[in-house]
Design a protein around this ligand. Structure first.
Ligand code: EPZ
Length: 422
């Protein structure tokens, strides 16, 4: 397993290209199952999770080609399509559950393994199941698999979500495009990745109103055509790289970044004394002066502060001037980065869903362990400002969601290198 070695202290200057959004691409790819015509995605990120989704779709019978060094994904699902998503692929990546809605819509039945828990929580699928049952699906859990079928196809319905689940919204949105009649999703997730999926489905001929708001209305159609769609910019990668100059000083322009993707996050950076400026090419971020100010953060569904930036924000607040409180409301166990930051000299106290972070002058480099995708990158960020050398192990977690992080940070002056595992 590779490691990444960071030597702290360098100020960062230059620009970083932000890639297409992993979490948009992972929802857009299963949409190929909704049509027999070609679906081509541009601006795709080059990540191991995308490779996993590629393998899953190919196992179902879709043709998926990675072109232009992974930036373009050309798909077609002429069929026949298998409707069983096997455990050994689904367990690697929860987003595999996003084939459930499209398979039900296309074939009228699906057998999809439950993803199983992961480092950050149990992550059940009850909201997905209740929603699809409201559309006429019969779903039962057997041997760790969801067995779903419909008599005569899915029907449009009112679908209230008990929580604004991103994945459940995406599964229902895709299923509803081919259902008979009108579907109204209430308390829908409002993330930009939902808007991006709806935009692509509309290009394929779907009738969708309200994506990005809490109520989305979908008028089912008989069939969908193909499309070519550019994946939206990754707001989580954007926020992550905005934190790099915030943590170790300097000024970095995040190319492709747009303020509306990270408004709540940028507001917290401003409160902490970090300047964020919109430029013609993206967002320019610099530390105004002196130490970062302590701030309180509460994660919420979009447009609130994203849970996927909580770990990275904690790394910044470890050296802030004062005491900060981070309340994680989305996942029940998303503080695995805290014990690793403690090893670097941070002062973090976890009580239930709240982390109290008392800023210290400076962290000290140490060997640390990556546990999940966003925790991994928070340790890299902490290493950028720490005294001495930080070795982040098990960086395969990192490669799931960040393209060549050592190249992007190295290009703006970070002392960082990847050490191949033995
Ligand atoms: C998506 O996961 C993202 N993944 C996650 O990003 C992100 O953290 C999450 O949304 C929240 O924004 C992808 O888009 C591929 P949810 P998803 O359904 O859809 C509970 C990353 O780092 N829940 O909104 O799985 C669930 O346990 C990843 O890129 C149920 O209880 O998230 C969690 O506590 C991590 N029952 C909360 O809701 C359900 O049926 C939010 O889950 C579904 C979810």
């Amino acid at each position: 397993m590779d490691s990444i070695v960071v030597t702290g202290g360098a100020e960062l200057r230059g620009s970083i290209e932000i890639a297409g959004a992993k979490n948009a691409c992972l929802a857009l790819m299963p949409a190929t199952l909704l049509t027999e015509e070609p679906l081509t995605l541009m601006n795709a990120p080059r990540l191991s999770d995308i490779k996993t989704m590629t393998l899953l779709l190919q196992s179902l019978g879709s043709e998926v080609q990675s072109l232009q060094d992974g930036r373009v994904i050309a798909m077609s699902s002429l069929g026949p399509i298998s409707t069983t998503a096997e455990y050994d692929i689904v367990r690697k990546m929860r987003a595999s559950n996003l084939v459930l809605g499209p398979l039900l819509a296309r074939e009228g039945h699906a057998v999809v393994s439950l993803p199983g828990g992961c480092a950050i929580g149990a992550r059940p699928m009850d909201i997905h199941v209740t929603a699809l049952e409201a559309m006429g699906a019969e779903i039962e859990l057997k041997d760790g698999y969801l067995h779903a079928k419909t008599q005569g196809g899915l029907k449009g319905a009112r679908v209230p979500l008990r929580f604004a689940s991103v994945g459940a919204t995406e599964n229902v949105l895709m299923a509803a495009t081919l259902a008979k009649g009108t579907t109204v999703i209430e308390n829908a997730a409002r993330e930009p990745e939902i808007v991006d999926l709806a935009s692509c489905l509309s290009k394929m001929g779907a009738q969708i109103d309200g994506a990005g708001a809490s109520t989305i209305t979908i008028q089912g159609v008989d069939r969908l055509g193909g499309a070519t769609h550019a994946v939206v910019t990754d707001r989580i990668e954007l926020g992550t790289y905005m934190l790099a100059p915030a943590i170790c000083g300097g000024e970095v322009e995040c190319l492709g970044g747009r303020l509306e993707l990270v408004e709540a996050f940028a507001a917290k950076l401003d409160e902490a004394g970090i300047s964020v400026e919109e430029t013609a090419k993206g967002l320019k971020v610099a530390r105004k002066n002196g130490r970062v100010a302590a701030v309180d953060v509460r994660t919420e569904p979009f447009p609130g502060f994203p849970t996927d930036l909580q770990a990275q924000m904690m790394a910044l607040l470890c050296t802030a001037d004062g005491v900060s409180h981070l309340e994680e409301t989305i996942f029940e166990n998303r503080f695995m980065h805290a014990p690793e930051l403690l090893r670097m000299g941070a002062d973090v106290d976890i009580q239930g869903g709240t982390a109290t972070v008392t800023g210290v002058e400076r962290l000290k480099g140490a060997p640390v362990m990556a546990t999940d995708l966003r925790a991994s990158v928070s340790l890299i960020l902490a290493g950028l400002a720490a005294e001495g050398e930080t070795v982040v192990n098990r960086v395969y977690h990192l490669d799931r969601g960040y393209e060549h992080v050592e190249e992007k940070l190295g290009a703006v002056g970070a002392k960082i290198e990847r050490v191949p595992g033995v």
